[in-house]
Ligand binder design. Structure first.
Ligand code: FAD
Length: 302
C-alpha cells in the first residue's frame, strides 16, 4: 500500500504529492487529466514570483517537478469510489483498487457553463470565468456578468472598479445575492442590472463583440455591444464520486479542518474541491502542501 495516495493532478494534488514524497514516504498520484484547470487557462499573471505564464506551460513545469521525485504517477485514470477498510481503498473506473494509509483528495472543480452559442468558441477570447484572474485584461472596456447570485454580484462590484461599464444579466426577476452586496452594486455609477433576461448568444468575430438576450416578460430580443463576458453561475466541485463517504457541504465541497483533514481519519483534501473560500492556483498549492503535512503528521501518530 501507499503511505499517501493523492487523487487529482492539478496544482493542489501536485503540491501535495511533492510535499509527501519529500518526507521519504511511499507516494502515488492518480489523475484523470494531469494539470487540471491550469490546462484551460491562457494567461496567468497572479502566480507570485512569475510575472506572466500560460496554463499549458505552467502545467508542464508542474509535471516536471513532480517527476523529479519518487512518485508513482497514474495518469488518465478516474477514481470511482473511496472506502475505509484496513486501509483506505480508492477504486478506479478501470476496476483497479489502490490501497493507502492516507489519501489526499484534490479533484478540483469546474465552472458551470451557460451553454449558449459563442461561449465555448470565445473562451479566453473575451469569455472569462475568474474576475480575480482576468478582470485586469478588460481595463477600460464594457463587460457583462451573467449571474445575479453572490459570486456574480461580487464579480460585478470587483469589475466595476477596473472596467468602464458592467452589465449584469440575471435570469430570474430578482437578484439572489445578499442584500449588502446588492446595495453596494446599486451604489455604483457604471453598472446596469438587467433582470428576468435570458442570455441567448455571445457574439464575436475573432473575439467577443457583444451579447444577445431575451427579455422574458415581453419576449423581445436585445443586443449589447461589449468586449467581455464573465460567466458566474457557479463553481461545481468534482466530488460526486465520493457519495456520502466523506462529509461535504450542501454545495458538494469537502469539509476540511486547518490540517486539511476530513471527517474520515486518514482522508485529507485540498484545493478547489474543499470548502476553502477562495479558489486560485496559489491557494490550491498552499492547501496541497498543508494537507500533505497533515497526512504526514497523521502517519507518524498512527
Ligand atoms: P484542478 O485544477 O481542478 O485539478 C483537479 C484534478 O483532479 C485534475 O487533474 C482532474 O483531472 C482530477 N480529477 C477530477 N476528478 C477526478 C477523479 N474522479 N479521479 C481522478 N482525477 C480526477 N487561478 C489563478 O490563480 N490564476 C488564474 O489566472 C486562473 N485562471 C483560470 C482560468 C480558467 C479558465 C479557469 C477554469 C480557472 C482559472 N484559475 C486561475 C483557477 C485555478 O485554475 C484553480 O483554482 C486551480 O487549478 C485549482 O487547483 P486544484 O488542484 O484544486 O484543482
Amino acid at each position: 500500500p501507499f503511505d499517501v495516495l493523492v487523487v487529482g493532478g492539478g496544482p493542489a494534488g501536485a503540491s501535495a504529492a511533492i510535499y509527501a514524497a519529500r518526507k521519504g514516504i511511499r507516494t502515488g498520484i492518480v489523475a484523470e487529466r494531469f494539470g487540471g484547470q491550469v490546462l484551460d487557462t491562457l494567461g496567468i499573471e497572479n502566480f507570485i514570483g512569475v510575472k506572466y505564464t500560460e496554463g499549458p506551460k505552467l502545467a508542464a513545469t508542474i509535471e516536471e517537478h513532480v517527476k523529479e521525485y519518487n512518485i508513482d504517477i497514474m495518469k488518465t485514470q478516474r477514481a470511482k469510489s473511496l472506502q475505509k477498510r484496513d486501509f483506505i481503498e480508492v477504486e478506479l473506473e478501470n476496476g483497479a483498487v489502490l490501497k493507502s494509509k492516507t489519501v489526499i483528495i484534490s479533484t478540483g472543480a469546474r465552472w458551470r457553463n451557460v451553454g449558449v452559442p459563442g461561449e465555448a468558441e470565445y473562451k479566453n477570447k473575451g469569455v472569462a470565468y475568474c474576475p480575480h484572474c482576468d478582470g485586469p485584461l478588460f481595463t477600460g472596456k464594457h463587460v457583462a456578468v451573467i449571474g445575479g447570485g453572490n459570486s456574480g454580484i461580487e464579480a460585478a462590484i470587483d469589475l466595476a472598479g477596473i472596467v468602464k461599464h458592467v452589465t449584469v444579466l440575471e435570469f430570474m426577476p430578482e437578484l439572489k445575492a445578499d442584500a449588502v452586496l446588492q446595495d453596494r452594486l446599486y451604489s455604483l455609477p457604471n453598472v446596469t442590472v438587467l433582470k428576468n433576461v435570458q442570455t441567448k448568444e455571445i457574439t464575436g468575430d475573432d473575439k467577443v463583440n457583444g451579447i444577445t438576450y431575451i427579455e422574458r416578460d415581453t419576449g423581445a430580443e436585445q443586443h449589447i455591444e461589449l468586449q467581455g463576458v464573465f460567466v458566474q453561475i457557479g463553481l461545481v466541485p468534482n466530488t460526486d464520486w465520493l457519495g456520502d463517504t466523506v462529509e461535504r457541504t450542501r454545495f458538494g465541497e469537502i469539509v476540511v479542518d486547518r490540517h486539511g483533514a476530513t471527517n474520515v481519519p486518514g482522508v485529507f483534501a485540498a484545493g478547489d474541491c474543499t470548502d476553502s473560500p477562495y479558489k486560485q492556483i496559489i491557494i490550491s498549492m498552499g492547501s496541497g502542501a498543508n494537507a500533505a503535512l497533515g497526512a504526514f503528521d497523521y502517519l507518524i501518530r498512527n
